[in-house]
Design a protein around this ligand. Sequence first.
Ligand code: HEM
Ligand code: HEM
Length: 189
Amino acid sequence: MTATFPGRPGVKYPVSMRILHWLRAVLILGLIACGWYMTGRAEDDPTAGILYPNHKQFGVLAWLLALVQLTLRWRYSARLPHAPEALKRWEKWLSHGCHRLLIALTLITPMLGYAMSSSITDGDGVPFFFLSHVPEILPKSDDAFAVFQALHGYSAYLLLAVIALHMAGTLKHRLQDKGGETDVLPRML
Ligand code: HEM
Ligand code: HEM
């Protein structure tokens, strides 16, 4: 059995969590860029027929991968690296807060997207790769659609703000303490 030293430099996240972390980072940043771009086009823009269904299906995939990541976190909870001892109290608090918000928002944002697409009265439905339509379980209501549409946008841009903070924290410690205890980037590489 290999010994683990939570919190010490050299202890990495399990390989499955590292791979999934970077896959999700690319996927989620791509979804935000795609969502922002497609909503800025005219309704009859020729790209709409490609971007909307792909945004929806990759959004559902992002939700499923968030569930897988949560399962892995629970499975490996005893061997995850702890916050470095050298971090100040407020830095530990901020880092944990960002992680919790990232986990929550990566689950909530796609659910609001699904709720929006599933409640609209004359929508195109939600495709998912081999499935032409994910079942739409919500009652049809354009009022509910408008609420979910607004909430989906707020949730996605809040997620972007938290990602920016999360990246800034990682880069700050990389630049200030490269190779030191608070340089956590290698734990995720
Ligand atoms: C992590 C997953 C997701 C992210 C980060 C994301 C992000 C975004 C963003 C940033 C926008 C633009 C909002 C605006 O500027 O008003 C958007 C729009 C949209 N999203 Fe998502 N989305 C995700 C998942 C989904 C899912 C799963 C669906 C549907 C099944 C969906 C359906 C839509 C639709 C239909 C729009 C256009 C709304 C409009 O016309 O105003 N999204 N999304
Ligand atoms: C959509 C984008 C991202 C999401 C949702 C995300 C989410 C998370 C979460 C939840 C954790 C805690 C570990 C876990 O439970 O999985 C984490 C750790 C980490 N992330 Fe991200 N991340 C994103 C993008 C990035 C980017 C772009 C960077 C690079 C600057 C980065 C660097 C790290 C590092 C270094 C850790 C380890 C932190 C530590 O050990 O204390 N992440 N990320």
